[in-house]
Write a protein that binds this ligand. Structure first.
Ligand code: NAP
Length: 248
């Protein structure tokens, strides 16, 4: 496994992204971190610098395709990216919101991912190495009534990552899709429903780092949730529908 020296993380100002940044931060590592909140990004950058990493931050909206590409290409000239984690995402918190908000979910969770990984793929293809991690979710494995846009945006990036994994193999670019269950972050703090097998960010980061180091295609956890989602997919559709109706 070649040593990772340079990592880009979107959505690094909070939750899983921030925890991943801290976990990867060590001497000899270059971290390019983005998010929308400059205050929180600066705090995370301070922590990472204290761990010995070289850090650059930029407040940028992942929906801004052109600016994101320009920034990614510029940072790649400092230390070429070995790993790009397309993590930024939003959810409706299980509540029915507006059509506009559902469209925003797609803009961030799907097109924001494309805006992050396409520039990275172009750079990595030319040097025939690199790794891309795409943040999907267990919610992408079955469509629940409480989150149609969120579930389908996560299903889309899962299929995109799976396809890209084989497509980019000849270029020696590794692609992994991360499918976590519930993790305690500001994103889930507003959920008013029961979240089975809720995991800490520390535990989640350990699993994600291990999975990426092993170049796993799908990093799905916790296993109990993964099993439940698998059962929903293999049951006759009318049975799964009935079960899904109870998952409020
Ligand atoms: N927590 C879970 O249970 C869970 C489970 C499965 C998958 N996920 C996925 O994991 C990822 C991280 O979630 P989290 O739980 O860590 O949530 P979080 O704490 O709310 O963090 C989300 C991050 O995404 C950034 N972000 C949101 N919209 C953005 C935009 N338009 N442009 C740029 N950055 C944007 C946020 O930036 P600001 O805060 O600066 O606005 C923040 O850094 C998401 O893709 C989420 O869907 C989470």
């Amino acid at each position: 496994m070649p040593e990772i020296k340079s990592i880009l993380i979107t959505g690094a100002s909070s939750g899983i992204g921030a925890a991943l940044a801290s976990a990867y931060a060590k001497p000899g590592i270059f971290l390019a971190l983005t998010g929308r909140s400059s205050t929180r990004l600066k705090q995370i950058a301070q922590e990472c610098k204290a761990n010995g990493a070289k850090v650059v931050t930029k407040t940028i909206d992942v929906r801004e395709q052109k600016s994101l590409r320009v920034w990614i290409e510029k940072q790649d000239t400092i230390v070429p990216f070995d790993l790009v984690i397309a993590n930024a995402g939003i959810s409706n918190g299980g509540k029915e919101k507006s059509e506009e908000f559902d469209r925003e979910i797609f803009a961030v969770n799907l097109f924001g991912v494309l805006n992050t990984v396409y520039p990275a793929i172009d750079l990595m293809k030319s040097r025939k190495k690199g790794q891309i991690a795409i943040m999907s979710s267990m919610a992408g494995l079955y469509g629940f009534p409480r989150s149609p846009a969120y579930s389908s945006s996560k299903a889309a990036v899962k299929a995109f990552g799976e396809s890209m994994r084989n497509r980019l193999r000849p270029f020696r670019i590794k692609v992994s899709v991360i499918c976590p269950g519930f993790i305690k972050t500001p994103l889930t703090d507003t959920n008013e429903y029961k979240m089975p097998f809720l995991t800490t960010t520390a535990k989640a980061v350990q699993i994600i780092q291990r999975g990426l180091a092993k170049n796993k295609g799908i990093i799905a956890f916790p296993w109990q949730m993964n099993l439940f989602m698998w059962i929903l997919r293999v049951l006759p559709a009318s049975w799964s529908e009935r079960i899904a109706r109870f998952v409020k």
